[in-house]
Design a protein around this ligand. Structure first.
Ligand code: BGC
Length: 338
């Protein structure tokens, strides 16, 4: 009898312990992430956030979307799951205000990642790079490398920008052009296609096949018969890749060309002397900052921020942590893995 009581007591204890394990699981904090599936950099950022948070015992629901409509319904579903925080890389910076009303009603904090979310007060914080600094860095690189301040040129240049639906694309282009515009006026830079305003040079959805169609048209119309194309402003590495392919296919020498993201393929191209530079957005740096932000938000404390004035989303100025980008070219590419 006594033996039976002991065994029952032991079983009860074991069950309680198993039960406690279940309770621990229930108490795990859930973070949802919704990112674009457009470029490899989003996959790397998503994986990195997931890894950091899971190491800290969070449950992470990481999802990718291919269009603004898909992302809106994805976020609506994530809101239903009532996570402790949702991190969003917006496909359409201005298209999420409606769906985010649901997050606000349910007190779910939203962190905008890399791209600002416009027109809503439902966003608590913004974790990004200094996107204006990225545009400036690109402009300054061309200015110095083409020796424009000292009268270099004339050089033929063509311009590309990112997606009109992405606020970053506008900032990059605006800041680069503030530096390059005077050299178009002086005739040191010549854009033979004459496509120089944002709407003419933007690549819808950042989709590299759209960029391919545009560069093919430009090359076949304005750069035939040996006319050189000396420089190309490319807003990211993906797009730089297709521009270089199309130039190579026509037997043209690689131009001075920019990029963004430090994609492994771009690092290889820089090492091979094909792509001139990329702007590195160290994914671990940004995601580490974002993860600290998520944890603070989940615990209800003030996260580390370093900017409270730059990113006005039309409804509020988003408290932000902005990381510093870095230029990677032939002088320092050796430190980076392709
Ligand atoms: C990001 C870039 C990225 C691009 C396309 C931009 O918002 O800032 O790093 O290459 O989106 O995904």
């Amino acid at each position: 009898m006594l033996k039976q009581i002991c065994i029952s007591a032991m079983l009860l204890m074991m069950l309680t312990l198993v039960g406690c394990g279940g309770a621990d699981d229930d108490e795990k904090k859930v973070v949802a992430v919704s990112f674009p599936n457009t470029t490899g950099s989003w996959q790397r950022n998503g994986d990195s956030i997931k890894r950091f948070l899971e190491d800290d015992n969070f449950v992470v629901d990481l999802q990718f979307a291919g269009s603004p409509a898909e992302q809106s319904s994805q976020i609506a579903n994530l809101i239903e799951e009532k996570p402790q925080c949702i991190v969003i890389g917006a496909l359409d910076s201005a298209g999420l205000a409606n769906v985010l009303k649901g997050a606000k009603e349910n007190d779910i904090p939203i962190i905008a990642f890399d791209r600002i979310i416009l027109g809503t007060d439902a966003v608590s914080y913004y974790a990004s790079y200094d996107n204006e600094a990225i545009g400036e860095a690109m402009g300054m690189y061309f200015e110095a490398a083409l020796n424009l301040k000292n009268g270099g040129g004339p050089y033929n240049i063509e311009l590309f920008a990112g997606a009109p639906s992405d606020n970053n694309a506008h900032l990059f282009f605006k800041k680069t052009m503030e530096i390059l515009e005077p050299y178009f006026r002086s005739g040191q830079l010549v854009c033979r296609s004459n496509q120089r305003d944002f709407n003419s040079v933007a690549v819808a959805d950042w989709n590299s096949s759209n960029a391919r169609t545009r560069i093919k048209n430009i090359l076949d119309t304005y750069y035939t018969g040996g006319t050189p194309l000396h420089a190309v402003l490319s807003p990211n590495d993906d797009i730089a890749g297709v521009i270089l392919e199309e130039m190579k296919a026509r037997g043209m020498a690689p131009p001075m060309i920019s990029g963004l993201d430090a994609d492994p393929a771009a690092i290889e191209r820089i090492k091979a002397g094909q792509q001139t530079f990329t702007v590195g957005k160290d994914p671990d740096h940004l995601t580490a900052k974002c993860v600290r932000m998520i944890k603070a938000v989940v615990e209800g404390i003030q996260p580390d921020i370093n900017d409270v004035k730059t990113y006005d989303n039309g409804v509020k100025v988003l408290p932000a942590y902005l990381c510093t980008p870095m230029i990677i070219d032939k002088t320092n590419v050796g430190q980076f893995k392709g």
